[in-house]
Design a protein around this ligand. Structure first.
Ligand SMILES: Nc1ncnc2c1ncn2[C@@H]1O[C@H](COP(=O)(O)OP(=O)(O)OP(=O)(O)O)[C@@H](O)[C@H]1O
Ligand SMILES: [Mg+2]
Length: 357
């Protein structure tokens, strides 16, 4: 049977160190069609905001050309993160005078603490309610300038925006697809280059997220300060010691451990804040596991330090646990070192047109 216009969305996770490109195919059993990691010069994306769309557009164009990939007319799924997006889960009491959309808008005005005129606003009805019978709703505000930056990159490569997602929901989707839903609270921790997102999920639903302004760049910066190495050399050394390809010097070990301590403490505080009942918490549900993703989650000693602090099992996520990968094209040795970087990209790739964020 000839199928017209049925091509899947092309997912672009535009992060501060690189663009992760993902195309998934297949029916119920998803498989990777295309997966790539396209490095970005520093400064092009900062804290989730695209500072230089032209440079990102060029890097992407160069990748398409080198790989004979024709992007024209393709619909893409892009993502917002960091300062570009505000997410808040609230419970809305039934109100006979207002429909849910109106109530959600008023709630966003109250919670976002920023002018609604600078934001694109949307909300998502989780379809569940809390113990008081109020409807669980997620409010999402996206900064217009961030969406404009994404559009420039996409349109500049003759593609179209199909879906605008957030890193956080992409992670939640990816997690549910690969690991199912659980009756306990789990933390998904995405350690990127410029920041770390901690997202709590329960029964496959999003509960809470907070972004911590520490990521892989901070480790490199600390190594530079401690050793006076050039930033590129410090970055290489950080990755080599984290992959156990090189023994760390005492100075490098200490620099990494210092940032690990700061990051672990912030993650621990974030989770404790939610569990202690603040911010619309679900009462009485135990927190049992933490899952790690993002390039910097494998930094030397982070996983162990986090497990010691949280006192729960900490596991590096495999976003391809339930997604087929052709190992001739993407060798297992490479996947073992790289898979966790694609957490957001797989979550985006699972989206289809018409899905809602
Ligand atoms: N094996 C490794 N060990 C330690 N750190 C690593 C390793 N591989 C990559 N990193 C670090 O991970 C970071 C990149 O991760 P990732 O690709 O998830 O970030 P990003 O999506 O570009 O950034 P962000 O989400 O913060 O905008 C860089 O700081 C890089 O140095
Ligand atoms: Mg990222």
């Amino acid at each position: 049977m000839v199928e017209l216009f049925s091509r899947s969305l092309l997912a672009l996770d535009i992060g501060s160190s690189s663009i992760k490109l993902m195309e998934l195919g297949g029916g119920r059993q998803k498989k990777v069609r295309v997966m790539a990691h396209i490095a970005l010069p520093s400064g092009v994306v900062e804290n989730g905001v695209i500072k230089d769309p032209g440079a990102a557009q060029e890097q992407l164009r160069a990748y398409f050309k080198a790989n004979r990939f024709l992007p024209w007319g393709r619909r893409v799924c892009v993502t917002l993160s960091g300062n570009a997006v505000i997410i808040k889960r609230v419970a809305l009491a039934p109100d006979k005078d207002k429909d849910l959309a109106e109530q959600a808008y008023y709630a966003a005005e109250q919670h976002f603490q920023t002018s609604m005129s600078d934001l694109e606003f949307d909300f998502y009805n989780l379809g569940s309610s809390n113990e008081r019978g109020e409807t669980n709703v997620i409010l999402v505000g996206a900064k217009r300038e961030a969406i404009d930056g994404l559009m420039e990159i996409v349109h500049g490569n003759k593609m179209k925006i199909g879906v605008v997602e957030t890193d956080v929901f992409a992670m939640v989707n990816m997690f549910e697809h690969n690991y199912g839903s659980a009756e306990t609270i789990m933390a998904l921790i995405n350690v990127g280059a410029s920041f770390t997102q901690v997202t709590l999920v329960w029964r496959g639903e999003y509960l809470y997220t907070r972004e911590i302004a520490i990521g892989g760049n901070e480790f490199t910066k600390k190594i530079v300060e401690a050793t006076k190495m050039e930033p590129d050399a410090a970055e290489t050394a950080k990755i080599a010691v984290s992959n156990f390809q090189q023994d760390p010097t005492d100075v490098i070990s200490k620099a990494i451990a210092e940032v690990n301590d700061q990051l672990v403490s912030e993650v621990q505080t974030t989770i404790a804040y939610y569990l202690q009942g603040s911010d619309n918490a679900v009462p009485g549900i135990p927190f049992t596991n933490a899952f790690l993703a993002g390039g910097a989650c494998r930094v030397l000693g982070f996983e162990a330090a986090l497990a010691a602090s949280l006192q729960v099992p900490v596991t590096v996520l495999n976003p391809f646990q339930n997604v087929q990968v052709n190992h001739r094209k993407y060798p297992p040795e490479e996947m073992a070192l790289e898979a966790h970087k694609y957490g957001v990209a797989v979550g985006l790739g699972l989206r289809s047109l018409g899905d809602r964020a």
